[in-house]
Design a protein. Sequence first.
Length: 326
Amino acid sequence: MRVIQGVHSGTEYSSFLWLIARRVLPLLWIIEVVTMLKSVRLFGANVPVKDRDCTGMKVEPFVNFFVRMTDLCCANCAFCKYHSEKSQVFDMKKFKMAFDEIRSVMWVNKLALTGGEPTLCLDDVFAIVDYVHKSDPEIPITINTNGRYLKNLDKKRFLDKIYDIALSVHHYDEERNSAIFRSDEGHASIQDVRKFVGKNKLHIRCNLIKGQIDNSIEVAKFLKFFADMGIQDFGFVSMMLVNKFCKDHFISYKESGLESQPSTRLTRKLAWRECSCKNFLGYTDQGRLYRYYTRTDTNNPNDKIANKLVFDVAHLKLGFNGEVII
Ligand code: SF4
């Protein structure tokens, strides 16, 4: 109280700010670091977990679980380090053991099937979706796909159990999209996408690439093209800097004009620790509604802290590049 009452003159005001800077900020930093290091034991390893949601509210410790089904892929994107022509054997028994153990000690916030191209091992995909859904139908399951075999996912038994299909489409122009995948056979055609509209499960994910979708006008054209087709859910992603191509063609959210699209409104803005995200709602001149998100990892060079567990074909790992747990 005395401090507040004393804040009158410029000098006293500066002293007050100095006191805050010296005493309070270090304390907040210590609290932040200590709480950030919260971990859960899993197969004898310490797994850093989040126990706050994006608003900072305390929740049960949770993890995002990524399942890399294979390295195989029918495309050859220049920004990808996860494709090869070698086939691998997915260890289903170990996956089930890992999943059961994870669920027993923490909450699975989402489970994403990824690759390579997961639809190249559809039997395993269906087996995992059945197993996870039976264990807990509340876990949102996503499949990341280039869409080459999109039509094979058009099964009620599968669609009813998943949250969404995250379909990679990097341009609204068929030829340019094909050129980005560097394969005529490694992506969904616009016609394939059209056939899926109405199932309400498609989330279109576009990489921001210099020379492609890289500015406000191109983003607007992309959104209009697909939203007028009936697709409502989009994500725009800056490339991970895994190679020279990504570094040379990197486009940040700020450069992309995502935050200044006409006829859009910011609906949610959250920032907590290592990431920040913004969600937008918009409509086209034909009155079609759409939403999209942008997300930025602000200080997370190491994905261990970002509560990611990865089942990588035959091993459970701490993040995509982290240590092997089993
Ligand atoms: S489609 Fe996906 S897995 Fe295949 S090369 Fe492109 S980014 Fe990599």
